[in-house]
Design a protein around this ligand. Sequence first.
Ligand code: WTA
Length: 683
Amino acid sequence: MHDSSSIESVLHEQRVFQPPSANTAGAPRWLIGSIDEYRAMHRRSIDDPEGFWGEIARAFHWSTPFSRVVDWNPPDARWFIGGRTNLCFNCVDRQVDSGHGDDPALIWEGEPIDGEPEIRRLSYRDLQAQTSRLANALRAMGVAKGDVVTIYMGMVPELAVAVLACARMGAAHSVIFGGFSAQAIVDRVIDADSRVIITCDGAWRRGQVVPLKDNVDAACDQLSKQGHAVSHVLVCRRIGGDVAWTTGRDHDLAQVANDASPDCPCEPMDSEDLAFLLYTSGSTGKPKGIRHTTGGYMVHTALTSRYVFNLIPDAGQVFWCTADVGWITGHSYIIYGILPSRVPTVMYEGAPNHPQPDRFWDIVARHRVTQFYTAPTAIRAFMKWGAEHPGRHDLSSLQVLGTVGEPINPEAWMWYHTHIGGQRCPIVDTWWQTETGGHMITPLPGATPTKPGSCTLPFFGIDAAILNERGQEQPRNTGGLLAIRRPWPSILRGVHGDRERFIQTYFSRFPGSDGKPPTVDSPSPFYFTGDGARQDQDGYFWIMGRVDDVINVSGHRLGTMEVESALVSHPAVVEAAVVGMPHEIKGTGVAAFCTLEPGHAPPDEPAAKALRAALREHVAREIGAIAKPDSIRFTDALPKTRSGKIMRRLLRSLAAGEEKITQDTTTLEDFSVLARLKESEEG
Ligand code: WTA
């Protein structure tokens, strides 16, 4: 899909589902109750962004009010200029100050250890005390405003506390998904120049222990060899029992927090102060540290939470997003967007099918969850496990269903609608990215007619368009590149430590209004998403997937380059090419083609099988289990163009098992490579 002119849509979904009408018995009150109301508000947000966003932002707490709403000097956006605020204050203290301190803020459900559900409820007051204690403990360890604290934990309440404690004292956090390897920690800690790590002794996953502290220890050893000293490691005890301990460096999280004062005022932060870094895959090189700042991120995530999920305080709602806090979805829609809305947020530690495939529905029923937000890959897994599992539970509390992370296929959408939503709940298919911070294109549940597979229409303030390479708008029903033509409050503010990569990746795709190609000194005014898409006759957006070398595996972005580097770092592999391939559950699977060192060629199939297993383990060690190739083929050469570029299009067709290669192969250097590759299929 590299050439946008060749983007052709094969989806021809015609079904339209009207939003529930306002007077349906038992239906919630819809904050935006008609498509006309949506359109009027969207129009105002585009015609008068300063008025629109200024009004919204003033409803938050600012210790110093902002003097201007937005300043846009591509690629640099600044929002709520001159304002000072604090994310933790708006999530937590504000609710305490308004008399809601004892309301439930966070409902945590542990992975069942002895069969009995383990539940912890934290009120806003609890969060206030716990974030204060931890913030004070971090200060005592020398963490100052602006420092980056690395967080590598399982899904325990202390993770939410750690994130908010950083915000409280003005440190930026860098959360690393607990499924990543020690090597991934090393790369991110160095890039962020982080000196403090908060972790757990381990995490429960399907009854097994993920050795988080061991991984941190291995990372710290590696880091000190590279001259980077981690001064403090705070360890939350989740598993119990012994873990290796480095005296002076390691601290028991509960103990240091207990010893600290529960009184810590929130640090006033400039609206443009760094809030956090979150690393995400790109098409080249190492993961990029996406920079998000304070004021704009706060306003955008809270506003989208409210309208997209229809959050209403004091109406008995319970919100559950099943993502891990290690991803942007968890940052924005477990913590930062939801807490200011004063609706309790559920956090679940474990897997969807442990101990039984009905685990999620059991949680929905027991906690009377009203909004449920998950990923298409999970829905496809539920489909496979069977409708009898949700069928056993009372899901009548549900009001709104959401999906995120990858395009949802219409079959999965219909199954979700029927078996989870009881044909009653609107589905919000939310398109957005780590870089966008919050929702960008999405239905509003009480307003937008939905079409299975389409993320529908842009959110307030979002000016989305399908452009060709020259930056011209494509006609309806013609594929092209998805671009955003003006900044929104939670747009990324940069790639940490790499201004050029920031501009190259996001602001160099389209020419400016003068028609001149963009340069680093004169970037494009349009943000490029990396996605291909089309708009249908009604203006609805249909996302077709990435147009760069990023693959979306189970809704998680992986750069093919990262997996290739991991493979070639194994002694047996000379060269590797990685492409996406269709996968029933994951949406996209990882297909690897490897050429081997002469001495390592497996002599027979059992040996090939063993080498494949070894390579999978190797990739898991280098990156994490999510990057393990689903298929590995050995070959004596990779198909290349005369200029030496690997022909990925061709490999994609091969990986997809396409019988006839219809693509242009005239530039293929060696035709016999293709024939041999076809024979190399995994046995
Ligand atoms: C894809 C996740 C279709 C898309 C929040 C995007 C989607 C990438 C959708 C960002 C959706 C996300 N429909 N595709 N509703 N949501 N994507 O940074 O390719 O992990 O560019 O952010 O996921 O992935 P990321």
